[in-house]
Design a protein around this ligand. Sequence first.
Ligand code: NAD
Length: 345
Amino acid sequence: MKKYNVGVVGYGWAAGAHIAAINTGELGQVTAVCSSRKLDDAELSTRHGCPMKAYQNYQAMLKDPSLHAVSICSYHSQHKEQTIAAAKAGKHIIVEKPLALSLDDVHAIEKAVKAAGVKLCICFELRFSAQFKVIKSMLDRGLLGKLHYGEVDYYHGMGPWYREYEWCVTNKNCGSSLLAAGCHAMDVLLMCMGDDVEEVFTFGSNSSSPTFGNYEYPTATVTVLKFKSGKTAKCASVIDCLQPYYFHTHLVGSEGSLLDNKFHSNFIQGLDKSKWSQLSFNPVDSGDVSDHPYKTQFDAFFTAIDKKKEMPLTGLKEAVLTHEVIFAAMKSLKLGKPVKMKEVR
Ligand SMILES: NC(=O)c1ccc[n+]([C@@H]2O[C@H](COP(=O)([O-])OP(=O)(O)OC[C@H]3O[C@@H](n4cnc5c(N)ncnc54)[C@H](O)[C@@H]3O)[C@@H](O)[C@H]2O)c1
């Protein structure tokens, strides 16, 4: 018998991956789904291999006392209300990125979650990918020395073939390349740099290809970050490219460098710094939700709930910090000048 019952809201692409990841974990199971479409309990249960109840009314699902947590997989514009309502109902929360579409909404969520004392897990699941587990443990062990520069960039062509294209192209439903998907790159960049951001400056452009013509916002943005410690970094979010998915990572420290799956470290005797050394891991190389490390992330979430601890790596604190930097970047892009973090907090 699994310990934590989960209700999923929004039954689309991401929801399918969440249900599979939760159900294959040891502690959680999805027992309810809320969708705007009318779903059948028996059909749902057969499809996912466990008893499930279908709701069309989110408030009704939240009233179900057997549910311990919700997983919010709906449209971006619904995340704020659904997250705050879940917190008020005393449910722990898994929420898809972005947390919300404005910084005021992010802070309203932060307040509600803290007041309710529930745990939150933001789906910045790449922190749990093999690639970033390896990178983080190298950084934690000091193999690159002290980092002073980093780049993490997101290249993923999200044209009309992309599942979310239809609703993600508008300012109302999305509003920036970073909120659409580049937030994953910004999030792991912040994890790697491990320091407070002081100021950001963002530029943006659009492809002249009609393929990406429906986007209402700049689809290729580049954000330069300055940290309080003096470190600098760069994050490009390019969703209008015609190339394979590429998650570019380049970190430079006082004792070595890392480029994607290659590195050099002065702390490993005998390495030749004119040649890269190779790391083995499954790289982050796909925008397909079935390839995302949701299971590892959700296992960590249910374990944290069980131990009454905060969610490691992707809890409320990290969710708020990363979104603050993203909204500062969006403000900089709009104003055409650098924005200090203290101007948005
Ligand atoms: N973390 C990641 O890597 C990743 C990857 C893909 C999607 N996502 C995120 O997941 C979320 C959902 O995206 P998606 O790709 O599944 O989109 P989608 O269009 O496939 O699904 C959205 C779903 O929400 C449902 N819905 C809409 N209104 C509803 C309501 N009032 N009640 C219940 N259900 C409702 C829709 O019917 C639809 O099924 C978005 O926030 C998206 O950014 C994250």
